[in-house]
Design a protein around this ligand. Structure first.
Ligand code: SAM
Length: 248
């Protein structure tokens, strides 16, 4: 009798484990399908906005990264059902994870190579940093709100992006010890392009930054530094971002 009870116990345990595992596999599969659909929506939106962007389509490596990175791992639990809608979502502390289309074009405008070193200012959830990690050699990301920085670091680890360097601080001043960077992306709106970031950009490098003021017209600006160190800026798309805060 004792043996039978023992056997039944283990059969129940195995059943529960199998059930949990198969529901996890089904959920992951569903997320993947939603991601695929989202990438198609983004591609269509890029085509519609091609005049602003000065390019016809999204780079294949960027769309592959968007299809791979699990955005649901970077949003709070109650936002998971909406993780693959093409819109920003709340991540707490008055902050947002950016709209996937915006993440796509900001990443694409950087024209990253596999050997590049890139800096992100405004880690937020860690999602954009994970996308960058798919395309570059090393990623450095700074967040000014400590609890968000801690949570983003955990999100990145859980999703397998252990190599991303994270830090709490004011990204206006960049990351001096890790500079210079081939690419810099700022994910909060600034009234001007921070001089320390221009300084930390490599000759030949590119920076993407929203410039303007909160609740006012803002534009995504592409800053390039040529091989002789000459800096030029080009206004692309009208956007809407949370402000770059700090004491600068
Ligand atoms: N890239 C993020 C993601 O993938 O989730 C979204 C970033 S959210 C739109 C902008 C972030 O910039 C917020 O988390 C905000 O706290 C942060 N931020 C604002 N000012 C900052 C500063 N001076 N230095 C670093 N981070 C800053």
């Amino acid at each position: 009798m004792k043996r039978v009870k023992h056997l039944v116990f283990w059969l129940v345990v195995i059943g529960v484990v199998l059930l949990l595992f198969s529901s996890h596999v089904i959920a992951e599969d569903d997320f993947h399908r939603q991601r695929y659909a989202l990438v198609n929506i983004i591609k269509a939106e890029v085509r519609e906005t091609r005049e602003f962007l000065n390019q016809e389509s999204l780079d294949k490596q960027v769309s592959d990264a968007l299809e791979k990175v699990p955005r649901h791992e970077f949003v709070p639990d109650d936002e998971r059902p909406y993780a693959y809608l093409n819109r920003p979502l709340s991540i707490g502390f008055g902050q947002t994870i950016s709209q996937p289309y915006i993440v796509a074009i900001m990443t694409d405008l950087l024209k990253l190579k596999k050997t590049d070193r890139v800096l992100e200012v405004g880690t937020g959830s860690g999602y954009q940093a994970a996308i960058l990690a798919e395309l570059a050699d090393s990623v450095y990301t700074i967040e000014i709100i400590e609890p968000l920085a801690i949570r983003a670091a955990a999100n990145l680890k859980r999703a397998g992006y252990n190599a991303v360097h994270t830090r709490t601080g004011d990204g206006y001043y960049g990351w001096e010890e890790a500079a210079p960077f081939d690419g810099i992306v700022v994910t909060a709106v600034a009234s001007h392009i921070p001089p320390p970031l221009i300084k930390q950009l490599k000759p030949g490098g590119r920076m993407v930054i929203p410039v303007g003021a909160q609740f006012m017209t803002q534009y995504l600006v592409l800053v390039t530094k040529d091989v002789d160190g000459k800096v030029t800026a080009r206004q692309t798309l009208p956007v809407s971002f949370v402000p770059l805060t700090g004491k600068h």
